[in-house]
Design a protein around this ligand. Structure first.
Ligand code: C5P
Length: 308
């Protein structure tokens, strides 16, 4: 039996993010298209008498912004899995972060998904996929997608995921920001900008438009460039007007399209192919941007990488 297991989980971006009026529980109904991209967190779990979280990452990652106490989402994932099986076990959870913190790329959700998969295997719990997805949904709206990976539709508050046909091999330049952005704050600003819903009208139910589905199914990058949409982009720009420069620089550098990642502040530049992505990377570096990554998509969801 392994004593230590490492699971890798990807960052996500949203190719479409349609937001409806807030529900009674405060969450917003979403119709989103998730895509898993090649930026990863690695979670290593080791059987221990007590729970603990240890954070690592390169110097581009703001590790101090991640809680290392009981509120850490990976630790909450571990506890939820143990409770689900009625066990009394604990583990040391070591997280190596490659996904920007508070960047709108679901780094915390990746950690939670990776922890569920890693502990399930460490202790041979054989949790069903259905139960893993339900545990993931309780932890956060984006956690089920981090299990699934690839390209998927997200409905409900984002937690109801289903794979979408995607024949493309996509190249993105990820432009990070020195400072994070709070997801609840962006949703709050969205509500302020949209205003209260008209009580005489039925509540708006967002859906996933056809063009984005078709662009993905055909693997057509020019089509995808015209189909990207994010309802949280305006509220995020309202809170962080400095991001406008990143969008302008992305367009000047020749991106096919620019879009905010989730609730931001990470900005994504769509590239034609690998060479174009590297040219965009250089163009953004010339314009003074430092937190740059070239990534491909779609990539797999949470998966084992090491058994020791
Ligand atoms: O589900 P998660 O914990 O990732 O959500 C973080 C916060 O983002 C929520 O507390 C809520 O303020 C906001 N949110 C929302 N509607 C969603 C998803 C998230 O309002 N569908």
């Amino acid at each position: 039996m392994s004593t230590s297991i490492t699971v890798r989980a990807p960052a996500k971006i949203n190719l479409h993010l349609g937001v409806g009026a807030p529900r009674e529980d405060g969450f917003h109904p979403l119709a989103t298209v998730y895509q898993a991209v090649g930026l990863y967190d690695d979670v290593t779990v080791t059987d221990q008498p007590d729970w603990s979280v240890h954070l690592r990452g390169d110097d581009r990652i703001d590790l101090l912004a991640v809680p290392a106490d009981d509120s850490n989402i990976a630790l909450r994932a571990g506890r939820a899995l143990v409770a689900h099986h009625g066990l009394e076990r604990a583990a040391r959870i070591e997280i190596h972060k490659g996904i920007p913190v508070a960047g709108g790329m679901a780094g915390g959700s990746a950690d939670a998904a990776a922890t569920l998969v890693a502990l399930d295997r460490l202790w041979d719990l054989q949790t069903t996929d259905e139960d893993l997805l339900a545990l993931a949904a309780d932890l956060g709206s984006d956690v089920p997608f981090a299990l699934l990976g690839g390209t998927a539709a997200g409905l409900g508050r984002g937690e109801v995921v289903s794979a979408l046909p995607d024949t493309g091999s996509w190249w993105w330049v990820v432009v990070g920001s020195e400072e994070g952005l709070s997801t609840p704050a962006v949703y709050g600003r969205y509500d302020e900008l949209v205003g209260p819903p008209d009580p005489l009208l039925p509540p708006t139910v967002p859906d996933i438009p056809r063009p984005v589905r078709e662009a993905l199914a055909h693997g057509d990058v020019a089509w995808l460039a015209t189909a990207l949409h994010n309802d949280l982009q305006d509220p995020a720009l309202d809170l962080r007007p400095d991001l406008r420069r990143t969008f302008d620089d992305g367009r000047d550098a020749g991106a096919l399209a620019t879009i905010l990642s989730g609730s931001g502040p990470t900005v994504l530049l769509l590239a034609e192919d690998r060479a174009h992505a590297h040219a965009l990377h250089l163009g953004m570096a010339d314009r003074g941007h430092r937190l740059l990554s070239v990534v491909t998509a779609p990539v797999a969801g949470a998966h084992h990488v090491t058994y020791v």
